[in-house]
Design a protein around this ligand. Structure first.
Ligand code: ZN
Length: 117
């Protein structure tokens, strides 16, 4: 029973795949897309994990007193001593706000009668 069922599904898939038309094409696209996703998913997950690890690593601070590594910003959760660089500058404080910057481009007419042309 189970075996004949499998064959029916295989036949159906083969007919859909071989059948010229939107159904077969759609199925082919679907299988191709699924394959692509299955192939690219590990890569994407790896990249996301790498970025997350980088972000976490940047936020980690090591206590100078006891060597405890944590994501606390001001005080060591293990021994309570203040962490070095307790108040880091806010990101973007000393940087230009790009949305407020205007770039002036001056159009200078080149003199067509200048002798150096
Ligand atoms: Zn500590």
């Amino acid at each position: 029973m189970q075996r004949s069922n499998t064959w029916i599904w295989l036949l159906l898939a083969a007919v859909l795949l071989l059948a010229p038309g939107p159904a077969g094409r759609f199925l082919l696209d679907l299988v191709g897309g699924l394959t692509l996703v299955l192939l690219l998913l590990p890569l994407l997950l790896g990249a996301a994990g790498f970025v997350a690890w980088q972000v976490i690593q940047r936020r980690l601070r090591t206590c100078e007193a006891c060597g405890f590594t944590s994501m606390a910003t001001d005080q060591c959760p293990a021994c309570g001593s203040p962490l070095a660089g307790a108040s880091p500058a806010e990101p973007g404080d000393d940087q230009l706000d790009v949305s407020n910057v205007t770039i002036d481009v001056q159009v200078v007419d080149a003199d067509p009668t200048s002798p150096d042309r």
